[in-house]
Design a protein around this ligand. Structure first.
Ligand code: SF4
Ligand code: SF4
Length: 416
């Protein structure tokens, strides 16, 4: 009886083909098969990637005799990427279901309709809201305006404050979303002229708030700490170099004595900083509740090259889930669902891009809709930028972040 050999690929295997290479990547074990253009196996991967083939293709009847194809099948089996099914010639072609990411469907509907009402579901896309209640700060500790391009929190600029009525509006706007927690940043948030009223509004709205406060501002404004001792609030202590250890310890005690949940964010600019922090967290018995945040200060590119930019193996070892890889083809996972409202009222999806408008003259719903439909952040993927758009790893690589904007290039890798 005549038979067909069907090569099938598991749905958790990611396939990518460009003009130079084709790859199969097993997202469960991180194994990779790469083939160069011009080879038979490049063409087989290209066929597997064709939507109409549903991850299954027919192999030549004598494929076992072809060294290149049989070696390819052997690798596919060894790497648990798929297998060959031998079925009678008259049997129906098998198929696999490719995962589909919902946002593709949402974007299609939005593109086809001009009505904002189509975006009723848009509020459910919001995942994070950050409000900068003021930008006042007496410290002279840091290069604050630059921080802002990389990771938000502190910005000392003017005596600007986000009006309390606008804060109320933002909290009311959250009604249609799943958001139950917001980030609160400053300047020095304690210098907000109506700080107590702000805290009361948060309590009444049942909104959990994470404050981002520099450790020196915590001890300078200790009389306010008590108002944060509520289960609904937590404090991210910002620590930059040079660190005044005594002041940091005082800030720790103050917050701990008031039973406030704390997380430490250490802003590091060199390997030396990292080693210092490692010793400090041991000394201060800060166990799991800390993050190291590398800061690009325009002089430490080599620190980023050596420690932060990924090598090819780092990308493969990260084993992103297949759903995340599909998501990265249409959205930027660092920005998607996030909005920031600055003390001026200006609303951004990403501070490195143009503002979406001002909260005074729009709602969160309208800004989220605008960003989803025509913005440049939530959907900023590596296929939109050079040279990543030419790279075979473009969706295995993490989404573009603020570091790329700060450093001024998108291939923050040691690959291209
Ligand atoms: S604490 Fe923040 S706002 Fe104040 S000077 Fe330092 S970076 Fe700027
Ligand atoms: S060129 Fe871009 S997509 Fe490719 S590995 Fe580097 S950063 Fe990632």
């Amino acid at each position: 009886m005549n038979e067909n050999n069907w090569l099938y690929i598991e749905p958790f295997v990611y396939i990518c083909v460009n003009t130079q290479k084709a790859l199969l990547y097993n997202t469960l074990n991180g194994k990779l098969i790469e083939c160069l253009r011009g080879t038979k196996t490049y063409l087989l991967i290209k066929q597997l990637n064709d939507d109409k083939n549903l991850l299954v293709i027919k192999l030549p009847s004598n494929y076992q005799k072809n060294k290149e194809i049989s070696g390819f099948v052997k690798n596919i089996r060894e790497f648990y990427c798929g297998d060959v099914l031998t079925l009678p010639e008259n049997a129906t072609k098998p198929f696999q279901l490719k995962p589909i990411f919902n946002i593709q469907h949402d974007l299609k509907i939005m593109k086809e309709s001009e009505s904002v009402s189509v975006g009723t579901k848009i509020m459910q896309k919001l995942t994070s809201i950050t409000i900068q209640i003021n930008s006042i700060c007496d410290l002279t500790c840091c290069d604050c305006c630059n921080y802002n391009r990389q990771f938000l929190f502190c910005t000392k600029k003017t005596s600007e404050e986000l009006h309390l009525k606008l804060i109320k509006k933002i909290l009311d706007n959250l009604g249609g979303s799943y958001i139950k927690a917001i980030n609160v940043i400053g300047g020095n948030v304690f210098k907000y002229s109506k700080f107590d009223e702000f805290i009361n509004i948060l309590k009444v709205s049942n909104i959990v708030a994470s404050f981002f406060i520099h450790y020196q501002n915590i001890i300078k404004c200790d009389k306010f700490i008590n108002s944060l001792s509520n289960n609904e609030f937590s404090v991210n202590i910002l620590v930059n170099f040079p660190i005044d250890i005594d002041k940091l310890k005082s800030a720790k005690h103050l917050l701990e004595n008031n039973n406030i949940n704390i997380k430490y964010i250490f802003i590091v600019e060199s390997e030396k900083n990292c080693i210092f922090v490692e010793n400090l967290i041991n000394e201060m018995k800060i166990e799991n509740n800390f993050t190291l945040l590398p800061f690009y200060n325009e002089k430490n590119l080599s620190f980023f090259c050596d420690n932060i930019f990924p090598e090819r193996n780092d990308i493969l070892d990260a084993k992103p889930e297949i759903s995340n890889i599909y998501a990265r083809q249409v959205i930027n996972s660092n920005y998607y669902g996030k909005l920031m409202i600055m003390s001026s009222g200006d609303v951004f999806a990403n501070l490195n891009e143009k503002k979406l408008g001002n909260i005074n003259s729009g709602t969160l719903h309208e800004f989220a809709y605008k960003e989803m439909k025509s913005g440049n952040s939530w959907r900023k993927t590596r296929k939109n930028v050079k040279p990543c758009n030419q790279c075979i790893y473009k969706y295995l690589c993490p989404s573009i972040s603020n570091y790329e904007y700060a450093i001024g290039k998108f291939n923050l890798c040691n690959i291209i």
